[in-house]
Design a binder for this molecule. Structure first.
Ligand SMILES: Cc1cc2nc3c(=O)[nH]c(=O)nc-3n(C[C@H](O)[C@H](O)[C@H](O)COP(=O)(O)OP(=O)(O)OC[C@H]3O[C@@H](n4cnc5c(N)ncnc54)[C@H](O)[C@@H]3O)c2cc1C
Length: 202
């Protein structure tokens, strides 16, 4: 990551807009980081129906994605749907991301391309013996500033709840890195009252 990145100007590019990538984007955008998401809409969620996502009784995968996308958009992320990332490289203190439509730069890159690990491979990050991208609980790869989340970091434990957790962990670690201290994204009932006001049920 850029040594100069501060909470006022740090930027994050998320590659992949499934549950993992959107979870990262939600938290980084909500907390003021410039956040761009590129996604080609081939998320497995379009094939799924969730009965096993804690706190949700039953929801179609595409319906889940529609809500997640709206939530991320509402927090101010720049979600570039249908724009495929073709290459990522180190550039100065950060990263350059090429798509079919242009070139972008960011202090942090979060890989969230599902089970497709091609970009991670091209970047040269370390892989584990089982062929997954090697990360710790911070979700940071062997290349500082590049995170990997979701299906690419697990051999078979592919669940939406796990992907969302991975994405959130990456975001909080990025926020902690930018702020220079451990960061929590905690809201309390008064925050809901302030944001949603009259829309809250009694
Ligand atoms: C049939 C089926 C049923 C399932 N049922 C359940 C279930 O009941 N409960 C459950 O918890 N999980 C279920 N899953 C698993 C769940 O869908 C996955 O765990 C989850 O989608 C993984 O999230 P992810 O964000 O890691 O990857 P994905 O959801 O696969 O998202 C990756 C995204 O990255 C995009 N992408 C890839 N490369 C690029 C690129 N170069 N540029 C831009 N975008 C790119 C893709 O288009 C995609 O949208 C099911 C999966 C399948 C296939």
């Amino acid at each position: 990551m850029s040594d100069e990145a501060t909470e006022d100007d740090a930027s994050v590019i998320v590659i992949g807009g499934g549950p993992a990538g959107l979870s990262t984007a939600l938290l980084t955008a909500k907390n003021g980081l410039e956040t761009t998401v590129f996604d080609t809409d081939e998320t497995w969620m379009h094939k799924a129906h969730l009965f096993n996502y804690l706190g949700i009784g039953s929801v179609g995968g595409s319906e889940f994605m529609a809500t997640a996308r709206q939530q991320v958009d509402d927090f101010g992320a720049d979600r570039r749907q249908s724009e495929e990332v073709t290459a990522v490289s180190e550039a100065g203190d950060g990263f350059a991301v090429e798509t079919e439509d242009g070139e972008y730069e960011a202090d942090f890159v979060v890989l969230a391309t599902g089970a497709n690990r091609d970009i991670a491979d091209d970047l040269g990050v370390a892989f584990a013996e089982d062929g997954t991208v090697d990360v710790g609980i911070e979700m940071e790869t062997s290349l500082a500033g590049v995170y990997a989340t979701g299906a690419m970091v697990r051999a078979e434990e592919w669940q939406a709840a796990i992907a969302v957790g991975d994405g959130a962990a990456a975001a909080l670690n990025i926020l902690s890195s930018v702020r220079g201290e451990h960061y929590h994204d905690f809201d309390v009932p008064a925050d809901a009252e302030r944001v949603f006001g009259d829309h809250l049920s009694e």
